[in-house]
Design a protein around this ligand. Sequence first.
Ligand SMILES: [Zn+2]
Length: 116
Amino acid sequence: MNMTCKIAMDLAELYQADLVSAESAEAIRSHLKTCPACRQYYRTFDAVRRQQPKIDLQPDGVEEMQAKLYADLSRKLRRRRFFEIVGTSAAIGAGSIMLVIGLMMMNHSALLRKEI
Ligand SMILES: [Zn+2]
């Protein structure tokens, strides 16, 4: 890859953070070998970066937080599912009771009619 100083400088931050592809890193390294201006730029950039507090792109808590959120969500979904099942069962149960009562009443009135 033919790298210009502009590209090399644009990629400095990503390179320092180890976020470029192996190909880009190689192109940057070979550019730095031949370009004193960029070498100086990268050196300065690195020095500035070292002075800044390290910003962790993937804090330790993230995975834990994701796991917790997922657990919360799945618990909520389970609870909702539970109430759906309970509600459906209750509706079916109530319907069955109504049906039985209805049949009993029909039977009862039939018996009454026979007695008459
Ligand atoms: Zn250069």
